[in-house]
Structures are given as structure tokens and as C-alpha cells.
Design a protein around this ligand. Structure first.
Ligand code: ZN
Ligand code: ZN
Length: 324
């Protein structure tokens, strides 16, 4: 590629602040932000992710990805008067970590004029994540914090979507997140069963879409920074040493050495996915579509509450003894 004249390759007028290594294009601040927004619009139309009259639930954690997504969708939504947005945050009950993120999410929604709702694990499932960990419930179940959190968060979003009458759920998964998930599936010996973040209807499921699926994580971070989206930088205290963390580090190193690898992986994997229509039936407990008679979230809820009850009895017994 011909070496530029030191100016933004798009407007040819301003100083570039970012060079997109995989394309060779340099962007100034304003052209970069426009480019991200334009690519999100294109992703939405290319894959038919959203409809003109959708009620879109945006899952907002308070991190850079979800707040950037919210900002971009709020802009796009203005051009679709029949569409509406509602932001939902899940409070998993991780004191000191989630509080700041929830405040940032609430502030951002207020500024954008988007309705914001918060759902807590404690209200929905009877116990918060940190409490379940500190009481030893998770270790007795042989379950990592991220596993329980992932299953319950997904369920919480589905419940919120039904309650708020959303027709689609938009999540902030980036190119990196999706390739990580595919690779984790493969490393566990399973080829991905369905493409992530593409609109699939049917089976009574509210479809989930990922409008940032073609934007690399690095560019979402830069977008958030340049757009002055205030976001929480502290990573989740439970996320270190997770499987995903290992895969993330490997992929990031690989991409920086061989730019374009993430796009190549996404394209190759998705071209080979054969989506199977899974026969889903309503969960006997909550009614959400499930592949077994009882969904995983309800199964975990009953195990956690059983252990929690047993341990509560132990604690009460001990108090009784001490009191005597
Ligand atoms: Zn420019
Ligand atoms: Zn259920």
C-alpha cells in the first residue's frame, strides 16, 4: 500500500490518530468514530439484525462495549421512529464491582434519554453471586463463578425481555468475544452449533443480535475513549484465570502479530456452521424455552437454594449451641 501523506486517509485533512492495521487505513478522530458507526449500521442491514418496529432491549453492563453499543444504537434508533430502546442492567451481586458500573449505565441512559431497568440476581434467584461464593455454595456444586453468572445473566435478560415486551435483545459482543467463544467450543471438542449474534426467530425465543460482531474489541475501546463514554475499567474480580481469559490473551497476541486473523477465523468458522433446529419445550418451572424438561438456570436455582437452606440450618444450629 502506498504510504500516505501523514493525513487521515478518509478526509485527507486531519491528523490521523489510529491506523487500522488489517486494512492499512489511517483515521482521524472524527472519521474513526463515523467509520465505527457506519460499520455497525452496515452489520445491522447486512444480517437483518433489527427491524423498523423493534422494541430493542440493550443489555448494558456498564463496560465500554455495552455503553458504546447503547450510544450507537440510540443514534441509529432516532432514524427509525417506530423502533424503541430500553436498557437493562443485571446486578449479579458483586459488591464494589457492579455498583460503579450500574451508576455509569444509569448516567449514560439519562443522558441519552433511554429508559433503564436493573434486575438483580437476589430478586430473581434468591441469592447474589458473591454471597453464593462466600457461603461455599459454588464450590460444593463444583461450579465456577463465571459459569453460574453466565447462565443466570442470560436467563435474567430473557425474563427482562419478556416483562418489557422486547422483540429483540442486542448484546455488545465484539468480534473478539465471538471468536473467543467459537474457539472455546472447539477446544472443548464441540464445533459451534449456531452463529452468535445473528437473528434467529422461532421456538418462542426472543432473538439475540450482536451489532458489534464485526468490530474488533480494540476499536470499541478506542470508540468509547474518543466518544467520551465513561466506562468501568476494572475487570470483573471473578474473571481472571477463566478459560476465556486464556483464549482472549492468546487471540489478542496472535491478532497483533498476524492482523486480520480474527476476521478470517470468524468467516471460516461461520461458513461451516450448520444451524440445527433444536426442539425446545417450555421449562416446567419457568416456562422459558429449554432443551431439557427444566432449564439450566432453574436447575441451578434449585440446587443453590437447597444448599443455601442446608447451610442456613447449620448456621442456625451453631448459633443455638453458642447461645446456650
Ligand atoms: Zn478524517
Ligand atoms: Zn426454567
Amino acid at each position: 500500500m502506498k504510504k500516505g501523506n501523514g493525513l487521515c486517509d478518509v478526509c485527507k485533512g486531519a491528523q490521523p490518530i489510529y491506523r487500522q492495521v488489517y486494512s492499512g487505513v489511517s483515521f482521524c478522530d472524527s472519521c474513526f468514530k463515523k467509520s465505527v458507526e457506519k460499520r455497525v449500521r452496515k452489520t445491522i442491514s447486512r444480517y437483518s439484525l433489527l427491524r423498523e418496529d423493534d422494541r430493542i432491549l440493550v443489555a448494558v453492563s456498564g463496560g465500554k462495549d455495552s455503553l458504546s453499543l447503547l450510544k450507537i444504537l440510540a443514534k441509529i434508533e432516532k432514524t427509525y421512529p417506530r423502533a424503541s430502546l430500553v436498557a437493562v442492567s443485571i446486578d449479579e451481586g458483586i459488591p464494589g464491582y457492579r455498583d460503579e458500573a450500574l451508576r455509569l449505565a444509569a448516567d449514560m441512559c439519562r443522558r441519552l434519554g433511554v429508559e433503564h431497568r436493573v434486575y438483580t440476581f437476589e430478586d430473581l434467584f434468591g441469592v447474589g453471586l458473591t454471597e453464593a461464593m462466600s457461603r461455599g455454595i459454588l464450590s460444593r456444586l463444583g461450579l465456577g463463578a463465571c459459569s453460574l453468572c453466565g447462565v443466570w445473566r442470560r436467563k435474567a435478560i430473557s425474563l427482562a425481555a419478556r416483562e418489557l415486551k422486547a422483540t429483540v435483545v442486542a448484546t455488545a459482543h465484539t468480534l473478539d468475544d465471538i471468536v473467543q467463544t467459537y474457539l472455546m467450543d472447539i477446544l472443548r471438542g464441540e464445533f459451534p452449533k449456531a452463529p452468535i449474534g445473528l437473528r434467529r426467530e422461532g421456538n418462542g425465543i426472543i432473538p439475540r443480535v450482536a451489532p458489534l460482531r464485526l468490530i474488533p474489541e480494540e476499536e470499541v475501546v478506542l470508540y468509547a475513549y474518543l466518544s467520551r463514554v465513561p466506562f468501568q475499567e476494572t475487570p470483573c474480580p471473578n474473571a481472571q484465570n477463566s478459560q476465556r481469559d486464556l483464549v482472549r490473551t492468546f487471540l489478542a497476541q496472535f491478532e497483533s502479530r498476524y492482523p486480520g486473523s480474527l476476521f478470517a477465523a470468524l468467516k471460516t468458522i461461520e461458513s461451516r456452521i450448520v444451524p440445527r433446529e433444536e426442539a425446545l419445550t417450555p421449562c416446567q418451572v419457568c416456562g422459558e424455552p429449554a432443551s431439557k424438561t427444566i432449564c439450566r438456570a432453574c436447575e441451578l436455582e434449585s440446587q443453590v437454594s437447597r444448599l443455601s437452606g442446608e447451610m442456613g440450618q447449620l448456621v442456625r444450629a451453631n448459633i443455638g449451641v453458642d447461645d446456650v
